[in-house]
Structures are given as structure tokens and as C-alpha cells.
Design a protein around this ligand. Structure first.
Ligand code: RP5
Length: 163
């Protein structure tokens, strides 16, 4: 497999059920990625190492998913100038609203591109990362355009909502 351009990190193995949707869509788009568990509060030194080494390892976008008091995307963004895309994972108690607010409310100066809660956010994170890469990699732009065209055609081909 080609060297990864996108790093998908998440706070816990339990986030994979959500974050796998980002990984699967990147795979469909032909974008090389890696997936790692990197926790802001359980493995803070690993997070710092990962973020500091990301550029040198050839990563161009980082997708970071976390739930609850979700510091991972913001702390990652604080340690790298790469674009960081945040995915709020749905939490058990507050249904991911806690995750969303933790990720989206970054103070001015350190941006995190925050997606929707859950699966939709994970899929959009992949599409957003691909849109960034498309400016440099024409095959990625073609893959994104083909994805959009198919999505449009699927709606037009099935106008009756009853099936
Ligand atoms: C966060 O705490 C993770 O991102 C996860 O969404 C949440 C729960 O983690 P586990 O207790 O399932 O490991 O750090």
C-alpha cells in the first residue's frame, strides 16, 4: 500500500465503529491512510509525538475522532500545522453533544474543522480530507467528482420514496 496521506486517530478502540466509516470511504476514494488509537488523556505523550512527527512522515491531513470531553482533535491541532478534521463520536450519556461542543468550540488561533456527530461526520471527514488532497492530487479530485456524480444519480434514479 502507498504511504499514508491521511492519519485517522481516535481516542479509544470503542471509537472505531464510528471512525471506520471515514476509513472505508477513504479506501473507496483511493486515498492511502493509517488508523491509530491515540488518546489525549490516556497516552498524551504518544499524541504529542504523533502530531509532531506527522509532517515528517508525509501525512497531509489528520482526522481525529473522540467522544465525551473530546480534547484529542484540539490538542492534535495545537501540535501541528496540518489541517485537522474533528469527528464528534456519539457518547452514551449526552448522545455526542458533549463531544461536538468540546471539538467545535476551539478558541481563535487553532482551528479544527468540525464535522457532524457520528457516522455522517466520519464520512464527511473523509470527503473533506479528500477535498484538501484534491488540490494536489488529480486522481483524488476525479474520485471525489465521481462520488458526487454517483450520489446525484442515485437520487435521480429512485424518485419514489416508497421504494
Ligand atoms: C474518549 O472516551 C474516547 O474517544 C471515547 O469516545 C470515549 C470512551 O472511551 P472508552 O471508555 O470506550 O475507552 O476518550
Amino acid at each position: 500500500m502507498a504511504e499514508p496521506l491521511v492519519g485517522i486517530i481516535m481516542g479509544s478502540r470503542s471509537d472505531w465503529e464510528t471512525m471506520r466509516h471515514a476509513a472505508e470511504l477513504l479506501g473507496e476514494l483511493g486515498v492511502a491512510y493509517e488508523a491509530r488509537v491515540v488518546s489525549a488523556h490516556r497516552t498524551p505523550d504518544l499524541l504529542f509525538d504523533y502530531a509532531e512527527q506527522a509532517v515528517g512522515r508525509g501525512l497531509e491531513v489528520i482526522i481525529a475522532g473522540a467522544g465525551g470531553a473530546a480534547h484529542l482533535p484540539g490538542m492534535c491541532a495545537a501540535k501541528t500545522c496540518l489541517p485537522v478534521v474533528g469527528v464528534p463520536v456519539e457518547s452514551a450519556v449526552l448522545r455526542g453533544v458533549d463531544s461536538l461542543l468540546s471539538i467545535v468550540q476551539m478558541p481563535g488561533g487553532v482551528p479544527v474543522a468540525t464535522m457532524a456527530i457520528g457516522k455522517a461526520g466520519a464520512r464527511n471527514a473523509a470527503l473533506f480530507a479528500a477535498a484538501v488532497l484534491a488540490n494536489k492530487y488529480p486522481p483524488v479530485r476525479q474520485a471525489v467528482q465521481a462520488f458526487r456524480a454517483k450520489q446525484t444519480q442515485d437520487v435521480l434514479d429512485h424518485p419514489d420514496p416508497r421504494g
